[in-house]
Design a protein around this ligand. Sequence first.
Ligand SMILES: Nc1ncnc2c1ncn2[C@@H]1O[C@H](COP(=O)(O)OP(=O)(O)OP(=O)(O)O)[C@@H](O)[C@H]1O
Ligand SMILES: [Mg+2]
Length: 346
Amino acid sequence: MTDSNLQFKDKIIPIELPSQVIFKEIIGQGTAMLKIFRMVEKVAESDTTIMLNGETGTGKGLIARAIHEASGRKDNPFVQINCGATPEGLLESEFFGYRRGAFTGATSDKAGKFEMAKGGTIFLDEIGDMSADLQVKVLRVLEEGEFERVGGNRTIKSDARIIAATHRDLEEEVQKGNFREDLFYRLYVIPIMLPTLKERKSDIPFLVSHFLEQFGRKMDPPLAKVSDSAMKILMNYSWPGNVRELKNLIERLVVLHEGDKILPEDLPEKLRMETERAAHNKLGLQSNGISFNTAVSEFEKALIISALEKTNWVKNRAAQLLKIKRTTLVEKIKRYNLEKDSEAGS
Ligand SMILES: Nc1ncnc2c1ncn2[C@@H]1O[C@H](COP(=O)(O)OP(=O)(O)OP(=O)(O)O)[C@@H](O)[C@H]1O
Ligand SMILES: [Mg+2]
């Protein structure tokens, strides 16, 4: 892909290469995500093992699927196994399948995920949560490309491409003795580190638009907008749950919201508090002083915008809220050059 193809002006990427269709649902306009998209394109065609690292909700699952979809294996299965959520006793038979009679309840032969992923991709999610026992068996598949079903003695070849993911620091797990070093090196052939949402704040408005549209499509009236001041709060929040947390919030707002615009008071208290705290920190006098007039003006402007948004720009009501005369408000609106059009539509 050339650089010019990466100049996404709109959130819909011009459809030229198959991978661009795949990225359509993965929002990221900033350099951090563009780097990831480039990486996905580069690695898709090879059969190399990929290790996806990143905090919870950063999109590891999404990227794993994108790699598969962008690869020549896309018409074969993409098989996911969650090593963290599957009960330990079941994992081995889930991975490798079993022969009839291998254990109580094994009434017939069953293929495991590695067999199901023939010609395709196997996604080992939360690989850092695997037991030591299973780590040895997975290492063997990675090294020799073969395994046996539980209770079976026929060796089966695996040609599945492996993508693994974890939110843990696996290097640290190796040091603690929780994760095999040899398996670590086998997996970390091409590591891809997904950025946290906090590290790519400029993508927040695009993600908000995307989710508003996604969840708002079925609503009547179709979708809410986000006011300037609410967007500011969304941009300032630290998002420990990353994109998943933002997505869930927008879904909730779309379902529960009345009216056509999301205001700061519609947002959870936790988010508003963080912005207030940041503003307070700003108020703390630095050793080199503060521009008193600028700080006071900024505060005045923020209050006026907030009152105007709350009253849908009905100046009489906004003036009442601020307990000032309407003429005073109008004068200040003029002075600060405030216009209704400056709202961040989404
Ligand atoms: N860049 C993105 N654009 C659009 N949606 C995204 C993006 N990143 C993540 N999402 C969405 O956020 C949610 C969480 O993503 P995903 O499940 O891939 O995260 P994860 O890193 O696998 O998290 P976990 O470690 O908790 O499993 C999904 O619903 C996914 O569709
Ligand atoms: Mg995941």
